[in-house]
Write a protein that binds this ligand. Structure first.
Ligand SMILES: Cc1cc2nc3c(=O)[nH]c(=O)nc-3n(C[C@H](O)[C@H](O)[C@H](O)COP(=O)(O)O)c2cc1C
Length: 336
């Protein structure tokens, strides 16, 4: 399948889905209108919010766009003792932000099935997902609705599993990528181009390259390696239309090569971001999604109060190559 033709794209770039308010409907609409595939990271949204975001995107574009969720997992077991330790680690940070001692909310994640039904209602051209596999019956639902499905792999083995499940295409995420690691098996943080070359040998579905693609030369190299499209996240974090907080934008503008790290401190799942007080000091996080729920209040307050040391400063290895500008300008700088 030719993904560009099927989706009516004129540029071989995908705006990466970025859950957490980065990929606003304005950003998604601007990217889709410019001939690429805009994506909205909807993993943390309620079903009603997903429907609202769908409407907001449709008000801005009649072109193809993508909604993205995290594949469902059973909640892990956590002990009282673990929870106390995790809370103790965050308590001084809460105090510094004038927040009460952290506590676990009753609801630590959204109900995937209800989110998925909201996605079907919105009927985007594409549904993508990360963190694992989804039921083959759901992939069939998508097909019947004419929605293209894209899974996320961090290795050729994962890509093959997703293909066997019946996805239409696969994103391969190299180790340089910003944000959460999207796979579920062993993750060797592979070089993006190497991962593309290896994966196109073992799957027949189209492969989308992700991780560290910050320039048109990078995108060209990913396509030359065999990718059908290039998915870029960090490159768009400083777009005028993005929902990135002022503190995060400033940290990105000052980022140097080598400033990112893989951390579980914010969510309990490995994610790449700029090193700060939290990545250095939070050593015993709860597993995902508990830690994510436990740090939400701190992250929101830090963004509001302009305190980057307490913020999840998601960024890929290439953050230092990023630039500020309109989504259309940034997109033009990425197109070979
Ligand atoms: C701020 C941020 C949030 C992200 N959130 C998601 C997400 O919700 N779903 C997803 O599949 N990938 C997410 N990712 C990963 C991207 O899909 C992609 O793999 C990554 O941005 C590519 O690397 P780059 O950041 O170097 O361009 C996120 C990335 C960033 C930077």
């Amino acid at each position: 399948m030719n993904l560009m033709e099927r989706l009516g794209l004129t540029k071989p770039v995908v705006l990466a889905p970025m859950a957490g308010g980065f990929g606003t409907p304005e950003l998604v609409g601007a990217v889709s209108n410019a001939g690429s595939l805009g994506s909205s990271g909807a993993a943390y949204l309620t079903p009603e919010q997903i429907r609202e975001v769908g409407r907001a995107i449709r008000e801005r574009t009649d072109r193809a766009f993508n909604l993205n969720l995290f594949a469902p997992h059973a909640l892990p077991d956590i002990s009282e003792e673990q929870t106390v330790i995790a809370i103790d680690e965050l308590a001084p940070m809460h105090a510094a932000l004038d927040l009460p001692t952290p506590s676990l909310p009753e609801k630590v994640q959204e109900d995937f099935q209800a989110q998925f039904e909201a996605v079907l209602d919105v009927r985007p051209a594409v549904f993508s997902f990360a963190f694992g596999r989804v039921d083959t019956a759901l992939l069939e639902n998508l097909r019947q609705c004419g929605i293209l499905s894209i899974g996320t792999a961090t290795s050729p083995v994962e890509a093959r599993r997703l293909e066997a499940d019946g996805v239409d295409a696969v994103v391969v995420q190299g180790g340089a990528a910003g944000g959460h690691r999207g796979g579920w098996m062993q993750d060797d943080l592979a070089d993006t181009l190497h991962l593309v070359r290896e994966t196109v040998q073992v799957v027949r579905i189209p492969v989308v390259a992700a991780g560290g693609l910050m320039t048109r030369q990078h995108v060209r190299a990913a396509l030359d390696a065999g990718a059908s499209l290039a998915q870029c996240g960090t490159a768009f974090l400083r777009a005028h239309e993005a929902g990135t907080s002022a503190a995060h934008r400033q940290a990105l503008a000052q980022a140097d090569a080598g400033d990112t790290t893989l951390t579980t401190s914010f969510s309990g799942r490995p994610a790449r971001g700029l090193r700060n007080l939290v990545t250095e000091q939070v050593q015993q996080p709860l597993p995902y999604p508990y830690q994510n729920a436990l740090t939400r209040q701190m992250r929101n307050a830090a963004a509001q109060q302009g305190r980057p040391e307490f913020l999840n400063l998601w960024a890929g290895v290439g953050a230092w190559e990023g630039r500020e500008g309109s989504a259309a300008d940034i997109l033009a700088s990425l197109c070979p």
